[in-house]
Design a protein around this ligand. Structure first.
Ligand code: COA
Ligand code: MG
Length: 273
């Protein structure tokens, strides 16, 4: 899972277009890209489209609203074909449990729909560990625009003011044993160089995928999160050398290779499988 392409739920003419993109996930949005007056119509359009979808292509996720509207959203989109729901503005583990109960009532296959909570406030980030530990949670996502408004951050071009928070979400995910978090969207979709540089920074920080808003962003995000074949080959050779040595070995550059290095190499091999 490298890329998730957002599509406003109020623009059904874009759904199939998004499905024919190279995104790993098509993320239909019922929250902030849909104006309040259009919520009911969007929900109905999304449910109708989901009902007619055929198997194959990218996985489908749906972002639902917080609160009572979100509960109506969950009941409407808990359909076959939806692999996860993103809970906008999740603040607590209790909210994730509630969403899980609603899904259980409506989903065709018990436990089949995963949950991807979006953390968009100080309270949410500080509860990341408990939220990540709820059984149905697939991975976390950070909603940085709302978070910045909540905590009074005005990010520099390299987003350094958000690095600590991003790291905290990576840590919470790893501690809970769930997939690494999905990186934030970039709204300046015309600047693909900035997208590449910031996605590489997210990858170094432990993110393993990123949300996109425009099809042009998908190829770059996929490329950054696809392990480089040369690196994969190097990792494979390193593991083989370590196994043959039966313990600490040296790599081609004469650096020590111990079990910690091998764990990283094995992780890369798992990601590339
Ligand atoms: N999914 C599918 N297709 C999309 C798309 C998306 N998210 N965004 C753009 N496209 C299509 C356009 O329809 C257009 O298709 P065409 O060549 O057949 O006309 C093509 O890609 C190029 O689009 P472009 O003209 O460059 O962009 P735009 O001005 O039409 O749209 C946005 C720009 C930002 C309005 C649009 O990308 C968008 O709505 N993105 C998603 C926003 C969202 O969901 N936000 C919530 C989460 S933060
Ligand atoms: Mg938001």
């Amino acid at each position: 899972m490298r890329s998730a392409l957002y599509v406003p739920g109020s623009r059904p003419e874009l759904f199939d277009k998004a499905m024919s993109s190279c995104a790993d996930v098509v993320l239909i949005d019922l929250e902030d890209s849909v104006p309040p007056v259009a919520k009911d119509r969007a929900r109905a359009a999304v449910a109708a489209w989901l009902g007619a979808i055929r198997a194959g292509g990218p996985r489908i996720w749906v972002r639902v609203n917080p609160g009572a509207i979100g509960e109506t959203d969950l009941a409407a989109v808990a359909l076959a074909g939806v692999s996860a729901v993103c809970l906008a503005k999740t603040e607590s583990a209790a909210q994730v449990h509630t969403a899980g109960s609603i899904l259980r009532e409506f989903e065709p296959c018990p436990g089949g729909i995963r949950i991807c909570p979006i953390l968009e406030s100080a309270t949410a980030v500080l509860a990341a560990r408990e939220i990540a530990a709820v059984p149905r949670v697939d991975r976390l996502q950070l909603g940085e625009a709302d978070l910045c408004a909540d905590i009074g951050v005005d990010p520099s071009p390299d987003d350094r003011e958000l690095w600590a928070v991003r790291s905290q979400v990576v840590l919470a995910s790893a501690a809970a044993g769930i997939a690494p978090p999905l990186g934030p969207v970039r709204t300046d979709f015309g600047d693909l160089d900035a997208l590449r540089a910031s996605t590489m920074a997210l990858a170094r920080m432990g993110f393993r995928g990123r949300a996109c808003i425009h099809p042009a962003q998908v190829a770059i995000v996929n490329e950054v999160f696809t392990p480089d074949p040369a690196e994969v080959e190097q990792a494979r050779a390193l593991v083989a050398r370590f196994d043959a040595a039966g313990g600490v070995a040296l790599d081609d550059a004469g650096r020590m290779v111990d079990l910690a290095v091998i764990r990283r190499a094995r992780r890369l091999l798992t990601n590339s499988a």
